[in-house]
Design a protein around this ligand. Structure first.
Ligand code: ZN
Length: 284
């Protein structure tokens, strides 16, 4: 099942089910207007919304739609640092013994097809290709063996980072949360469409078509189940919460010479079988 959020012809948020190159507006058929709300109704709600779409005759061409981020306002958006061995090495950090967890705010990300904004105060604007796990079932102190039962599906993220602000202090949060500096989408793919834990998927970043990062989700230090379990220690995860699972090597910061995203560039992040997230860059 593939869901996407978009603006309907009246400019209102709507939820769509993608069937090939076409999308059924299930909000127009009585379903919720956001994936956040649908996920809050439980796993069965995804299946019933999908069944509604399959029975519908009115379909919109995917290419005509202006998308929104798949999840709009998660109660928690965790991001994971240094979760691939090669990236930890290129960043000159020791391998973490526990997941490195920081936070991204919804104001810091845009949908597929929208512009990422390079702020006027920094040119050190870097890309990071990442898989996103979306929580479908609440839980606290979730054991690793049961963690994947709490994952409803997956998406793609560009964890756009202002490197000078990221390392200005011990906390990375500032450089990871500039307005409209990250990309999220294009769509939500239910977990049953992918291998358990989304393991074994190629993950790539292309800047203006040139491959900058090229790895596989099996190379994560902490897999999705471990991350869900860890993030739920002491914090109850809620449906719609997201975990942005970390980036592999090849970031612009670690290159010689360094590479930054500039106005006019296009950055594509692809996770095999999940989707291609494409954003162009504009100056603030
Ligand atoms: Zn990242």
């Amino acid at each position: 099942m593939r869901f996407l959020a978009f603006l309907d012809k009246n400019g209102q948020p709507a939820l769509g089910v993608r069937l090939g190159d076409e999308v059924v507006d299930v909000t127009a058929l009585g379903q919720p207007a956001t994936l956040d709300e649908l996920l809050a109704r439980g796993p069965q709600a995804l299946r019933s919304a999908h069944a509604v779409a399959e029975g519908a005759t009115a379909r919109l061409p995917l290419a005509s739609l202006r998308l929104l981020p798949p999840v709009r306002n998660p109660s928690k958006a965790f991001a994971i640092g240094l979760n691939y061995v090669d990236h930890a090495a290129e960043s000159q950090f020791d391998l973490p013994k526990h997941p490195v967890i920081f936070q991204r705010f919804p104001s810091s990300w845009v949908a597929h097809g929208e512009a990422l904004i390079r702020p006027r105060v920094s040119e050190r604007f870097d890309y990071e290709a990442e898989l996103v796990a979306v929580i479908g079932k609440a839980g606290k102190y979730i054991p690793k063996e049961r963690a994947l039962e709490h994952v409803a599906g997956y998406s793609v993220f560009n964890d756009g980072s202002l490197r000078d602000y990221q390392t200005r202090s011990g906390q990375w949060l500032w450089g990871k949360n500039f307005d409209r500096s990250g990309g999220f989408g294009p769509e939500f793919v239910s977990a049953d469409e992918l291998p358990p834990g989304a393991v074994g998927l190629n993950i790539q970043c292309r800047l203006n078509g040139q491959v900058m990062q090229n790895a596989n989700t099996r190379d994560m230090i902490f897999d999705v189940a471990t991350l869900v379990s860890a993030c739920s220690e002491g914090m109850e995860l809620q449906p719609g919460d997201i975990i942005i699972t970390g980036t592999p090597s090849g970031v612009g910061l670690a290159r010689n010479p360094q590479v930054w995203m500039k106005p006019g560039d296009t950055c594509d992040i692809e996770v095999e079988r999940v989707g291609v997230l494409s954003n162009h860059i504009e100056a603030e």
